[in-house]
Design a protein around this ligand. Structure first.
Ligand code: GLV
Ligand code: MG
Length: 347
C-alpha cells in the first residue's frame, strides 16, 4: 500500500503538484467529436460556447486507418482554438492498443498545457490508473506542464466494475468516471445490441389477477445497479460520476429518461454524441427550476442547517438541508455558464 503521506507527492521530479481539490466546473455534457473529420473539426470554435466539455475522440468509432489523423487533428485544433472556460478533453486509445503510447506522448508534448482531462477507456483496475499516472507525471516534467492533467476512467468491463472502488481512489489525478454501457454489455455477456438505454424484455411482470387476461411487463433500467455502484465509488472518493453514451439518436425521449435516471442517482453529466443530445443533457443536468426555488426556501428557513421546520406541509431537517444544498450549489455552478438559468433560479 502506498503511504498516505506520499499520496499527494508528484510522481516525477519537476511534475506539477497533484490537486487536493478538483476544479469546480459545470460538466453537464462531454461532447464527443471525431478530430480526423475536417468538417467536424472546423465546427469546434462554434461548439466551444455551446458545451461544457469538448472531447476529441481517438478511440472506438475512429477507424484504424484514421487513428493518426485523429490524433494530429486533435492536436492542431487544441493549439488553434481558445477554449475559455470550456473543458478540453481527449479519449485516448486503450492501454494495450498500438496507438496509445503515441496518443499520450504526442498530446502531452504539444498541448499538455491546454488539456484538462485524459479519458482512459476499458479500465480494469487501479493498475491501469497507476501506469497512466506515472507516465503523465514524467511527460509533464519533461514538457514543463504547469497543472496536472486529470484522468477520467470509463467503467466498461466486468472486472472494472468489480474494482470500481479501487479505481476511484487510485490517484489524486482521478477526475471521475463514466459508464460505458456498450463495452460493458459485451464484457458482461449481456444479450443486447445497443449503446445504452433500456431493453423491452428487461422488466417485471405484474401479478396474475383474476378476470385480467393480459399482464403488463414494466420495463426496468438495465443500468441501475452499475450507475449506483459507480456513484457510490466516485462520491466516496470525492470524484464525479457520469452516464456515458446513448446511441439511438432517433429516440430523444429515451435518451432523456436514461440521462435523468443517472442525474437523480447522483451523476453530474453524460456524453453527447450528437448535437441534439447537447440540449437534452443541459436540460437534465441543470437542476429543475421549481426544485431550486424550493431548495432555496429550505436553506433560508434553516440558516445554520440544523433543527426541523415545515414547508408546504413537508418536514425539513438537517438531512433535507444537505440535499437542498447539493441542488443550490449545482444551480449556482450552472448559472455561471448560463445567464438564462441564473435568472430563472433567481440568483
Ligand atoms: C463507451 O465507450 C461504451 O462502450 O459504451
Ligand atoms: Mg467503450
Amino acid at each position: 500500500m502506498k503511504l498516505p503521506a506520499n499520496f499527494y507527492k508528484p510522481l516525477a521530479i519537476g511534475a506539477p503538484m497533484p490537486l487536493r481539490e478538483l476544479p469546480v466546473r459545470a460538466e453537464r455534457m462531454i461532447h464527443f467529436y471525431p478530430p480526423h473529420n475536417e468538417k467536424m473539426a472546423a465546427k469546434v470554435p462554434e461548439m466551444v460556447s455551446k458545451v461544457d466539455v469538448l472531447l476529441g475522440n481517438l478511440e472506438d468509432a475512429i477507424p484504424a486507418d484514421a487513428k493518426e489523423a485523429a490524433r494530429a487533428g486533435f492536436i492542431a485544433t487544441a493549439k488553434q482554438v481558445d477554449f475559455g472556460n470550456t473543458g478540453l478533453w481527449t479519449r485516448i486509445n486503450c492501454l494495450n492498443s498500438p496507438w496509445v503510447l503515441d496518443d499520450i506522448t504526442e498530446i502531452v508534448a504539444s498541448v499538455g498545457n491546454k488539456l484538462d482531462v485524459m479519458m482512459l477507456p476499458k479500465v480494469e483496475g487501479p493498475w491501469d490508473i497507476h501506469y497512466l499516472d506515472q507516465l503523465l507525471a514524467q511527460l509533464e516534467a519533461r514538457h514543463n506542464v504547469r497543472k496536472p492533467i486529470l484522468i477520467h476512467a470509463i467503467l466498461e468491463t466486468a472486472q472494472g466494475v468489480k474494482n470500481v472502488d479501487a479505481i476511484a481512489a487510485a490517484s489524486p489525478r482521478m477526475h471521475g468516471m463514466s459508464l460505458g454501457p456498450a463495452d460493458l454489455a459485451a464484457s458482461r455477456g449481456m444479450k443486447t445490441t445497443r449503446v445504452g438505454g433500456g431493453h423491452p424484455f428487461y422488466g417485471v411482470l405484474e401479478d396474475k389477477a383474476e378476470g385480467k387476461p393480459s399482464r403488463t411487463l414494466y420495463q426496468q433500467d438495465l443500468w441501475h445497479y452499475t450507475v449506483a455502484k459507480m456513484v457510490d465509488a466516485c462520491m466516496s472518493a470525492g470524484i464525479k460520476a457520469f452516464y456515458g453514451p446513448f446511441g439511438d439518436f432517433s429516440d430523444d425521449d429515451a435518451c432523456e429518461a436514461q440521462f435523468r435516471n443517472a442525474f437523480l442517482l447522483g451523476c453530474v453529466g453524460a456524453w453527447s454524441l450528437h448535437p441534439g443530445q447537447i440540449a437534452i443533457a443541459k436540460r437534465v443536468f441543470s437542476p429543475d427550476v421549481k426544485e431550486v426555488l424550493f431548495a432555496k426556501r429550505i436553506l433560508e428557513a434553516m440558516p445554520d442547517g440544523t433543527g426541523a421546520v415545515m414547508i408546504d406541509g413537508k418536514m425539513q431537517d438537517d438531512a433535507t438541508w444537505k440535499q437542498a444544498k447539493v441542488i443550490v450549489d449545482l444551480a449556482k455552478l450552472v448559472s455561471q455558464k448560463d445567464p438564462e438559468l441564473a435568472s430563472a433560479y433567481q440568483f
